[in-house]
Structure formats: structure tokens, C-alpha cells
Design a protein around this ligand. Structure first.
Ligand code: FES
Length: 111
């Protein structure tokens, strides 16, 4: 029987390497960038707040910094804050849990 987590949606196997990014689509149609930094999984809005480039096509740098692949904006995955422009708005984060070998994404954490 496959695991389920109330309030969360199973999106991808938890088989990612540290530094890997993966674009997924929730049942609602919302696109999310799931990533792994060290042992931690995270999820942010797939669309860069600057001009909408898919953040899963960016680069996850050391120290939990996500760099957009188009114009190089940088975000802190811990809270979504902008670390380098041209983006001005933080990237929205989503709640994440890992259960039974899968990554589950919940609602927005508000940041
Ligand atoms: S679209 Fe991401 S920095 Fe411009």
C-alpha cells in the first residue's frame, strides 16, 4: 500500500542526489521545483519571480542557494529570500515531507 500524507500530495520518489532539482506539477496545475540540498528536501514555486523561468532548470549552489538559469537571480531555499537580483520578490516556498521513499508537497508556507 502506498503512503499518503493528509494535506500533502505525493510528487516524486525521494531518490534525488544533493544538488538535484526536479520540476513537478501538482494536481491543481501549480508547478513546483523540488530539490535536495544535503539531506534536506525543499520545494519552491517553479516560476522565477523575475520573469518566470523554470527554477528546476537553474542551479542549486552550496549553502542552500538556488540560482535561476536565465538572469542569475539567487534565492535562499530556507526562506525564499532574494540574495541577488534582478529578482525583487522572494520565491514562494511549499511545505515538504518525505515519507516511505517519496517526496510529498503541501500548501504554501507563506514565504
Ligand atoms: S527569470 Fe529568473 S532571474 Fe530572470
Amino acid at each position: 500500500m502506498s503512503a499518503s500524507v493528509p494535506g500533502y500530495e505525493k510528487v516524486t520518489p525521494a531518490d534525488m542526489e544533493s544538488g538535484e532539482l526536479r520540476g513537478v506539477r501538482l494536481q491543481s496545475g501549480v508547478r513546483v521545483c523540488v530539490g535536495r540540498s544535503g539531506s534536506e528536501y525543499f520545494a519552491v514555486c517553479e516560476e522565477c519571480p523575475h520573469s518566470g523561468f523554470p527554477l528546476s532548470n537553474g542551479t542549486l549552489l552550496d549553502g542552500g542557494v538556488l540560482e535561476c538559469g536565465w538572469h542569475g537571480a539567487r534565492f535562499a531555499i530556507a526562506d525564499g529570500a532574494v540574495l541577488a537580483g534582478p529578482a525583487r520578490e522572494p520565491v514562494k516556498r511549499f511545505r515538504v515531507v518525505v515519507e516511505d521513499g517519496f517526496v510529498f508537497v503541501g500548501d504554501s508556507s507563506g514565504s
